[in-house]
Write a protein that binds this ligand. Sequence first.
Ligand code: NCD
Length: 316
Amino acid sequence: MTFRATHLLGIEGLGQDEIQEILDLADQYVDFNRGPVKHSDRLGGRTQINMFFEASTRTQASFEIAGKRLGADVMNMGVQASSVKKGETLIDTALTLNAMRPDLLVVRHPHSGAVALLAQKVNCAVLNAGDGRHEHPTQALLDALTIRRSKGRLHRLSIAICGDIAHSRVARSNILLLGRMENRVRLVGPPTLMPSGAQDWGVEVFDDMSEGLRDVDVVMMLRLQKERMDGAFIPSEREYYHRYGLDAEKLAHAKPDAIVMHPGPMNRGVEIDGTLADDINRSVIQDQVEMGVAVRMAAMDLLMRNREARPGAIYA
Ligand code: NCD
């Protein structure tokens, strides 16, 4: 096994071979999930706690289904109803949960770096389900699996990531992963939504959709993440849709077989045309959701194998 990590905190620490190993195992879980009996005992007897300090629909559901299909006992901690509301710190919450001896802790938190900090305080495997605008590794892995299955490879592709790059952990994790697998990554969006220093990330930067999408294999759209904006970054949603919203006309600049992706939740008529999002000949948005379950099963399976291989190890 090449995947040696004890936590999954980001794409940053992963090598090509480790990414490949997760995706190869995830491919097997896709077949498993399409079969009639969606239950294994791979994580039988294990306790998985999902701790979401930020709203989530698909990521939380996906981690819950993934754990249950592998036979783990899954608990969703409702942060709204927990002692966090009474002022308990993240670390105290983590230590309390740790004392209950979970094996896997899945955490989403609004602050960048919070999940890594927490991982230092507990002795179970921690999976980052999104920390602020920093990283969202399982999203990048499920996007990679979707691309690999659709295009037949995950290297030497031209991929445009479009929209609100500045506030997006999805963009950051994808830039790292797609770059590591030797693809050409383009960032397309208004200068106000482009992080400073983006030019130094080994990507090409465009502020015009027709130029940015020219001849790409993959178009990845992002939501305007208003919850992370402090002020106005665009003149109006109407204007934004006109210039940056993906519709058939703008997509025509990409390769004729280019696929359309979106991590969800989608704002139809803001960053993407609703009809295009539903067009099964171009959009792989539902495939992304399906791949999400398989990738999370693979990631939890591999982390547990590492833990089993090193019983009693202190996780750092
Ligand atoms: C993304 C997230 O939460 O970072 N969604 C997701 O996990 N599917 C993207 C977003 O919120 O726009």
